[in-house]
Design a protein around this ligand. Structure first.
Ligand SMILES: *[C@@H]1O[C@H](CO)[C@@H](O)[C@H](O)[C@H]1NC(C)=O
Ligand SMILES: *[C@@H]1O[C@H](CO)[C@@H](O)[C@H](O)[C@H]1NC(C)=O
Ligand SMILES: *[C@@H]1O[C@H](CO)[C@@H](O)[C@H](O)[C@H]1NC(C)=O
Ligand SMILES: *[C@@H]1O[C@H](CO)[C@@H](O)[C@H](O)[C@H]1NC(C)=O
Ligand SMILES: *[C@@H]1O[C@H](CO)[C@@H](O)[C@H](O)[C@H]1NC(C)=O
Ligand SMILES: *[C@@H]1O[C@H](CO)[C@@H](O)[C@H](O)[C@H]1NC(C)=O
Length: 499
């Protein structure tokens, strides 16, 4: 964090934080902060970007495997200890297994990752294993992914009780929500300098070590089809983890049955993402012709300094978008009234823009932390220690290309109301991959309406949009998100039926 003191940083930092404070959840605000901090670090001449991949060849693997953290006889005991009998306030009739606990990923430094695992209510033995990650960097998959997006429960307004999410993804897969990297949520390290060296490569290595050790604890899932999914900054984590797995599958005795990856509203290319953000705001009528013309002519967004003219152009965009949730420019926002209570600016069935408050209160209840087998701690949705995240490449194109060349199916999807990682930026990145189209752009439907659009490329590479969803697609369009998940898991494109 030492270098984020340039005037430019504060200037740029202020713009989105004011807006986000009022409206967007901290997971989302976090990505914005991270992108801005990258900007300031590169403009101070402090290059931090070391791609994990060189010349599109094999990923660089710096760790040796640590699969021996526990004597093998312990696994059965540890699994039994991780079983959740019931979460406080959960509704009656919970018909699926829940587990939570820690996996040590570095015994020497005392680094451990916290997971929450939910099995499928029916036919769990026939359903795949899916690891879900949230981005930030620094935000929790338990607080966001599990409790606000695709997990089996939502926290009610009373902060104490839970209700079922009928579009929960564990209807289709057994799901691990991992708080990653160490320092996020309940995950921690006993060696605080670990946080300073945290970045993309260590995150991928720790997550890999987590998976290998987790499968020792849950051996019935060892041969199961494994999928990895997430959103936002996870556009970095998921491809890097997938590449780490494929490379280790080749080099070690450990074999993870990775079948595909799925990433929503991914951050893939910093420069394209930023440019298309303003273009998106322009072609959705949020910023003026003049402001867009100024931004497009004065901002290069390519890793060099923004420059004064660019700063000025960007700052002019602020007042037209400050009252919007930039992560879903059409969604209700969370308003904090004078007496401190929060309410939604308007009604959108199934979506509570203030839901973060209740999740925070629930996960900080001592009884909940005990039920989750978590260390008693002040749980936060996002941890700001990762703003100086290390070794975050400017573009994920070489990694994606490497994965495609090694036969891994990749699905990207984009909620089309998100201006922070807009679908247009993702489209340009997909174009950079030079893939030939197998199934041209077409609508997909939920049975009664168009859910979005989809195009498939060689090697199973698929890009889909989800209409009317913002950055957190499963929270805003849960039915559409679930249809997309089902299609991805089956390896077939989502259906098109005339309404
Ligand atoms: C971290 O330190 C605490 C206190 O000494 C210890 O109980 C815990 O097991 C350590 N964590 C890891 C992952 O080694
Ligand atoms: C829920 O928790 C929030 C944050 O701690 C608090 O402001 C709110 O009053 C609580 N709601 C209820 C119903 O207790
Ligand atoms: C696995 O090894 C083979 C033979 O050395 C190589 O051709 C292939 O690219 C490797 N795959 C991965 C995923 O590293
Ligand atoms: C960024 O773009 C500007 C203007 O297009 C160009 O002059 C500069 O060389 C570029 N810098 C990098 C690092 O690509
Ligand atoms: C707080 O203010 C809101 C909106 O002004 C109002 O609906 C609510 O009843 C108030 N709550 C309390 C506890 O006074
Ligand atoms: C795509 O094609 C362009 C032009 O031929 C080339 O410069 C670029 O390296 C290719 N990208 C990838 C990822 O192969």
């Amino acid at each position: 964090m030492g270098t984020i003191t340039t005037a430019g940083f504060h200037f740029l930092f202020l713009i989105p934080t004011i807006a986000l404070h009022a409206h967007a959840s901290s997971q989302e605000a976090h990505l914005t902060e991270f992108l801005l901090s990258r900007k300031s670090r590169s403009s101070s001449g402090n290059t931090i970007s070391h791609p994990t991949f060189h010349g599109g060849s094999v990923p660089v693997i710096t760790n040796s495997l640590r699969t021996d953290e526990y004597p093998s006889s312990d696994h059965r005991t540890l699994k039994a200890a991780d079983k959740i009998s019931a979460l406080p306030g959960q509704p009656d009739g919970v018909d699926f297994g829940q587990y939570a606990g820690y996996i040590t990923v570095d015994g020497h430094n005392g680094r451990a990752l916290f997971y929450y695992f939910v099995e499928a209510p029916s036919d769990k033995a026939a359903k795949p294993l899916l690891l879900w990650l949230n981005g930030g960097p620094g935000c929790s998959s338990l607080g966001f992914g599990a409790m606000r997006e695709l997990g089996p429960f939502r926290v009610n307004r009373d902060n104490q009780t839970l209700s079922r999410n009928k579009h929960a993804w564990n209807n289709e897969a057994n799901i691990i929500f991992l708080e990653s990297p160490a320092g996020v949520g309940f995950s921690y390290s006993n060696t605080s300098s670990d946080y300073d060296r945290m970045g993309d490569p260590l995150t991928a290595e720790d997550t890999y070590t987590f998976l290998v050790n987790w499968l020792e604890r849950f051996p019935e899932y060892k041969a199961r089809a494994l999928y990895i999914a997430g959103e936002s900054y996870v556009g970095h984590y998921v491809p890097q983890l997938a590449a780490t797995i494929l490379a280790h599958n080749n080099n070690t005795g450990v074999m993870l049955n990775l079948k595909g990856i799925l990433v929503g509203n991914p951050l893939l290319d910093v420069a394209k993402n930023k440019r298309r953000r303003y273009e998106y705001l322009w072609n959705h009528g949020v910023i003026s012709d003049e402001v867009w013309a100024d931004i497009s002519s004065h901002c290069s967004f390519n890793g060099s300094s923004y420059g004064g003219m660019c700063h000025e152009a960007i700052s002019k965009s602020y007042y037209t978008h400050r009252d919007l949730d930039m992560y879903n420019i059409y969604s209700p926002t969370c308003i904090t009234s004078d007496n401190g209570s929060c309410y939604s600016s308007s009604q959108l069935p199934g979506y509570d823009p203030c839901g973060e408050v209740t999740t925070f209160a629930y996960l900080n209840r001592p009884a909940v932390q005990r039920a989750l087998h978590a260390r008693e701690t002040k749980w936060r949705g996002c941890n700001r220690i990762f703003i100086g995240f290390k070794d975050s490449p400017d573009t994920m194109v070489p990694t994606l290309k490497w994965l495609i060349d090694h036969g891994l199916p990749i699905w990207l999807f984009s909620g089309d109301f998100d201006s922070i990682c807009p679908f247009t930026g993702t489209r340009y990145t997909v174009r950079d991959l030079n893939l030939s189209v197998i199934e041209p752009w077409r609508p997909w439907t939920t049975g009664h309406e168009v859910g979005g659009y989809v195009q498939q490329y060689m090697g199973g590479f698929t890009f889909a949009t989800v209409r009317g969803a913002g950055h957190t697609v499963p929270a805003l369009q849960p039915e559409r998100a679930l249809i997309l998940l089902r299609s991805f898991l089956k390896g077939i494109l989502p259906p098109y039926k005339k309404a």
